[in-house]
Design a protein around this ligand. Structure first.
Ligand code: UT7
Length: 297
């Protein structure tokens, strides 16, 4: 389909990215997907919306500048608790876990809903083959309840704002004299690739060391699904077998912060995750920001 209007081909896209197909939003709204994911997670957790103490929504873009997406989700699921949006690009799920964990440790919450909802296919210029072939839309949600399953979280940021960005114009004021233009998603792909491999490898190594573990002790390493070659480079750095790295990039593309919770849910539903398993989640994205979390089931 892409090759019909772009100078590209499956022969280029698949080996370079690992993407075969992905989901692209049409007339449905992102908030509808977010609410559906939230309701499914609540049902799976056996928690009602009324029992939630906090909702964190990770999102890079959606149609609303205000109100926040988390408030729309709150209304959609019938919750009454405080809610907050974060934009930590593709690393949003890990940053949301960190906020939830901090709130829990502070004794302020028992049950937290994290919803990652992303429509990155609406960011690039679809005539730009270097970006438009990469992304897929989706929403993933998780409910966190009391416990000590999160063994550690490591976050890092390294400002490099010209590597991956998008700019939009706002309403003019009488005082703005310079011309403003919308700039669709811009990406220096190779720089982002190198950052991703280094940041993720560093984050994972750090979190394992903090817990006196090595990669050999971990059962599953769930990486942000940005490019299969990034996943393979991190796998090789960690010297771990391929089967420790579940992947779904082939059918989803890069769904930004939704990528980790969607992959986590797929692993859970296909019986891959067993009680006692140790999981590392690691994600990276624009900013740059990155983070890893160690979870014991
Ligand atoms: O969630 C975080 C966000 N982003 C990422 O993680 C992306 C990280 N980067 C990447 O995944 C890779 O850098 C890309 C997949 C984006 C690009 O792969 P690459 O191996 O780094 O390719 P490149 O940018 O060096 O481009 C190689 C060639 C260029 O042509 P020339 O200059 O060698 O003639 C590009 O113009 O491939 C060309 N090219 C394409 N050709 C066909 C770039 N995109 C395409 C395309 N189809 N879609």
């Amino acid at each position: 389909m892409l090759a019909e209007f772009l100078d590209t081909s499956d022969e280029w896209i698949y080996p370079r990215t690992g993407v075969k197909s992905r989901y692209v939003i049409s007339d449905e709204k992102l908030e509808e997907m977010a609410i559906e994911a939230a309701n499914k997670a609540l049902a799976d957790a056996g928690i009602t919306a009324a029992e939630l103490d906090y909702i964190i929504c990770s999102n890079v873009v959606n149609e609303y500048i205000t109100p926040q997406l988390s408030c729309i989700i709150q209304g959609g699921i019938g919750a009454t608790c405080p809610c907050i949006d974060i934009n930590c690009a593709c690393a949003g799920f890990i940053y949301a876990l960190d906020i939830a964990e901090s709130q829990y440790r502070a004794g302020r919450v028992r049950n937290v809903l994290i919803v990652c909802a992303e429509e990155p296919t609406r960011m690039p210029d679809w005539a730009d083959r270097s970006t438009s072939v990469l992304f897929g839309d989706g929403a993933g949600a998780a409910v966190l309840t009391g416990g000590d399953n999160i063994k550690g979280i490591s976050l890092s940021s390294a400002s490099a704002t010209d590597k991956l960005y998008q700019k939009r114009t706002l309403q003019p004021t009488p005082y703005i004299t310079k011309e403003e233009i919308d700039i669709p998603l811009q990406m220096k792909g190779q720089d982002v690739f190198k950052f991703a491999v280094k940041a993720s490898s560093t984050d994972i190594t750090k979190i394992l060391a903090q817990n006196n573990l090595t990669a050999n002790d971990v059962d599953h390493i769930l990486l942000h699904q940005a490019n299969i070659r990034i996943i393979h480079a991190i796998r090789d750095f960690l010297k771990q077998p391929d089967d420790k790295f579940p992947v779904n990039i082939e059918s989803h593309g890069n769904s930004s912060s939704s990528s980790c919770p969607i992959l986590l849910d797929e692993c859970r539903r296909n019986g891959r995750l067993l009680p006692g398993d140790k999981i590392v989640l690691s994600a990276f994205g624009a900013g740059f920001v990155s983070g890893a979390a160690l979870i014991e089931l």
